[in-house]
Design a protein around this ligand. Structure first.
Ligand code: S3P
Length: 168
């Protein structure tokens, strides 16, 4: 069974790289945010505004749990590493790739991504958002089996780099 989980902050390229990896490796692409939306019938901003972040995290953890034995490329939401129990679960997946991107690049990308508004960006000052980034970095590093720097690299070479480093 082949299984690669992509983790990293919002805007790190998990969806784009996930698509490329799935195509190159001929594996299904699974997106935890999409599964949460399908399960609840609500989109992410609605879930945050109606039920709050903690409720979202509980569903996110359940969705992660349901994927333990699933083959494919699993693209996760940026906050999947927040719950201790979710980090423990992530460590049981075959490969966990952390896409590490400088915060300046992320802020630029998130501001441009109108199709995918991030409640955490909209609800915090830029300074507070930077602090969230800093506090999460060690959590991504904790669960990662491979760390990939993604600043200004094109998706194709990044995908190649991941395949080489993961060894699939
Ligand atoms: C979140 C990241 C989002 C989404 C939600 C919360 C986070 O996913 O799960 O808005 O806490 O970092 P992306 O990382 O795909 O933007």
């Amino acid at each position: 069974m082949k299984q690669i989980v992509l983790v990293g902050f919002m805007g790190a390229g998990k969806t784009t790289i996930g698509r490329q990896l799935a195509q190159r490796l001929q594996l299904p692409l699974i997106d935890t945010d999409h599964l949460i939306e399908a399960r609840t019938g609500k989109n992410i901003p609605e879930l945050f505004s109606i039920h709050g972040e903690e409720h979202f995290r509980v569903i996110e953890a359940q969705v992660l749990d349901s994927l333990a034995d699933t083959e494919g490329i699993i693209s996760t939401g940026g906050g999947i590493i927040l719950k201790d129990s979710s980090r423990l679960k992530l460590k049981q997946f075959q490969s966990v790739v952390y896409l590490s991107v400088p915060i300046e690049d992320l802020i630029t990308r998130i501001k441009k991504d109108h199709e995918n508004p991030r409640p955490l960006f909209l609800n915090h000052s830029e300074q507070a958002f930077r602090e969230i980034y800093q506090s999460r970095m060690p959590l991504y590093e904790d669960v990662a089996t491979v760390i990939i720097e993604n600043s200004g690299k094109d998706p194709q070479s990044l995908t190649k780099e991941i395949i080489e480093k993961v060894g699939v």
